[in-house]
Design a protein around this ligand. Structure first.
Ligand SMILES: C[S@@+](CC[C@H](N)C(=O)[O-])C[C@H]1O[C@@H](n2cnc3c(N)ncnc32)[C@H](O)[C@@H]1O
Length: 252
């Protein structure tokens, strides 16, 4: 049987859509120059080609949504050991990020595995099976378990986990839902535990790449997330950015 390979399952166009746009625009530019089309058309196609090339390089190498992610900060879970909860684990990208960076840790990968999963990763075989296969392919499945759970009503006792991670998941809920999920995270996290929260940020790169199409359940900006996290009982240890992403390192 062939070895399983990592397949996070985000749509191809997220990584390569701008490359396709570049190919079309650059071909148009070549025609415009060769066949001496109007100057304004040469300028428009030139600017468009440059935009598509820059955005493609940023998305492909700066975000790489279908590639294995690195922790945005080395300060998350510095003790290196303990039980971690991934909230909205999807096909495992954030879980694998943590399990690879913290080889002594174990992790519960939780997700609702409902319509939102299907919207992101498409229909087909069992979501849990897809997640399991990626954990296997990454060589971390012995340290991971999978739980079906709504992040607004986590089926865990108070103070169960040493750390929590959540990437691009809590921001799918509306404001009230996000606040509820943050309160649930605070409840199940042990006092002194870290919570690495990553959400989509409509920053310069997000606007340049996707314009008004980037909604991700309504991007709210870092001040909103920082305020909601404090209201839920967290203190903020660190905040920072990656392209199209804000992260907050929170402590219970
Ligand atoms: C964009 S994916 C992120 C997956 C993964 N964390 C990553 O970094 O690739 C968002 C995930 O949140 C999950 N989700 C949405 N609403 C949820 C809820 N109420 N409770 C638990 N998971 C939810 C979806 O099923 C989906 O798998």
């Amino acid at each position: 049987m062939p070895a399983p390979h990592l397949d996070f399952g985000y749509p191809w166009w997220l990584n390569y859509g701008h490359l396709a746009a570049f190919a079309v625009l650059a071909a148009g530019l070549l025609c415009a120059v060769l066949f001496r089309w109007a100057k304004w058309l040469v300028v428009v196609l030139g600017v468009g080609s440059a935009w598509a090339a820059v955005v493609f390089l940023m998305i492909r190498f700066g975000v790489d949504i279908n590639g294995v992610a690195s922790l945005p900060t080395p300060n998350f879970m510095q003790a290196g050991t303990g039980r971690v909860l991934d909230i909205g684990a999807g096909t495992g990208r954030s879980a694998i990020m943590v399990l690879r960076a913290r080889p002594q840790a174990t992790l519960v990968a939780s997700d609702l595995f409902g319509s939102s999963f299907e919207e992101h990763f498409g229909p087909g075989e069992s979501p849990q099976e897809r997640l399991r296969r990626n954990l296997d392919a990454a060589g971390v499945s012995k340290r991971a378990t999978i739980e079906t759970a709504d992040m607004r009503r986590l089926p865990f006792d108070d103070a169960t986990f040493d750390a929590i991670v959540s990437a691009y998941a809590v921001d799918h809920l509306n404001r009230e839902g996000s606040k509820t999920a943050l309160r649930e995270a605070a409840r199940v996290l042990k006092p002194g535990g870290d919570f690495l929260l990553m959400v989509v940020e409509n920053d310069f790169w997000g606007k340049l790449a996707f314009g008004p199409a980037l909604t991700h359940g309504g991007t709210r900006g870092r001040p909103w997330w920082a305020g909601a996290a404090k209201d839920a009982g967290f203190t903020i240890r660190e905040e920072g950015s990656l392209p199209v992403t804000t992260y907050l390192l929170l402590r219970r």
